[in-house]
Design a protein around this ligand. Sequence first.
Ligand SMILES: Nc1nc2c(ncn2[C@@H]2O[C@H](COP(=O)(O)OP(=O)(O)OP(=O)(O)O)[C@@H](O)[C@H]2O)c(=O)[nH]1
Ligand SMILES: [Mg+2]
Length: 469
Amino acid sequence: MARLCEQVSPLLDDAGREAAAAVRAGLAEPLRLAVVGRVKAGKSTLVNALVGRRIAPTAAGECTRVVTWYRYGAPERAELHLRDGTRQELPLVDGRLPESLGVPDADVARIVVHLQAGALREHTVIDTPGLATLTAANEAATREAVLGAGDPAAGSSDAGQADAVLFVFREAERQDEVEFLRQFRAATGELAASAVNAVGVLSQADLFDGAGMDPFDAAEGQAARLAAARVADVSAVVAVSGLLAETARTGRIREQDARVLAAAADVPEQRLRLRHRMPLPDGVDQAALERLYPVLGNYGVHRGRERAGAGAHRLVGWLESVSGMARVEELLRRSLLSRAHALKAMRALTVLTRSAQRAGAEAALALIEEARLDPALHPVRELRALRLLVAEAPASPLRAALEQVSADTTDTARLGLPHEATPDEIAGAARQRAAAAQSQSAFALMPAEVEAGRVLARSYQLIARRARP
Ligand SMILES: Nc1nc2c(ncn2[C@@H]2O[C@H](COP(=O)(O)OP(=O)(O)OP(=O)(O)O)[C@@H](O)[C@H]2O)c(=O)[nH]1
Ligand SMILES: [Mg+2]
């Protein structure tokens, strides 16, 4: 891809050259993950939990107004990238982004925050303003910055910034989520979220109305239904409480807090709910307890009381495990980080192709077409085939094999062979699979399966060739 960027760049116009340079620079960076969803879905809270810092502002009202990147870097700092191309330092306030940026929001293309947070070595996280928000400008900015639906005529070289998407769905909106995804897809076109580059979470699981059930169990059931209904848009959906994870991971619970909770352990839950009308029993520090509600939510306060007796450490451990955040990270690893190289190349190819088309650069398009056939870019073909297959024939037997070969792993793992398999064994198994995939392709009825079989056969041939050049 890097070589292709260099070859194509001189054949493009100014905006295209800029886009090619940006794409080239991005190849060496961690995967860029955009966190997308409706206003107040809990995106920024989740970002804080992912990063392990309370850096992004969160609030009950519409809060994130500017697309904000969190990337690994030292010294820790925040910068405004203004639309006129200049940059300005943005001082942090108590380690958090300030409420006011000092310039009109509309002048800011994005905020870039550099942090030395371990999680950011693996992926850059892009927090976005909520879609379907009060202000149309927010929504346009998000679409533009996330997946390149920006208007190229308006000089948007920002197009297509994210390699992968984390959708944040919220219980209250669940009726609308299908429509939301449809609109999102329409707005983002070829770079749209799909089963290969997007995963979902059902947020605020602690608030779920489980009708007597544990809210997390109820949320998990709903998450599974959402995933089944949207197989083409996200590879999976898991339930999570961003708030509990953020609280657990950012040192917000001290010994003193655990003592306050433990002191209220025997107060009936009903009584706690009525605390504004009826004072709590002696021995409960009502003011201190009140301060814990925004930090832990009703669920965390009420269910946390019984764990608090064993101290803050145990309480925090419980918050972390009940939050579901570890499962979100596992999903990110399994579905997105495991194919980071191909996802980055896929976005890069799309951006280059668009730039070449816009500039009417036939020679550049020819180079890109040639590159698509290069074995080095075969992983991109695998992802495209997988995307199509999941959208059109999700139950196809070819799917699992295609998922397996398209992961960033070793050829033995791709074939499911033991680690110590010899080159001859690898080549032999790969040739056999190639022949099988070819015949599956020949007998398939759905176009998506025909293509999947073809791509898979080629994947196995390439593995065979790598083992025995
Ligand atoms: N109980 C509970 N509250 C949450 C959770 N996640 C977020 N919240 C609360 O919901 C409100 C909105 O959270 P944010 O993280 O700011 O949501 P957002 O999607 O970034 O909002 P915008 O940037 O305005 O689109 C805040 O008051 C959070 O404390 C959660 O998992 N559980
Ligand atoms: Mg936000």
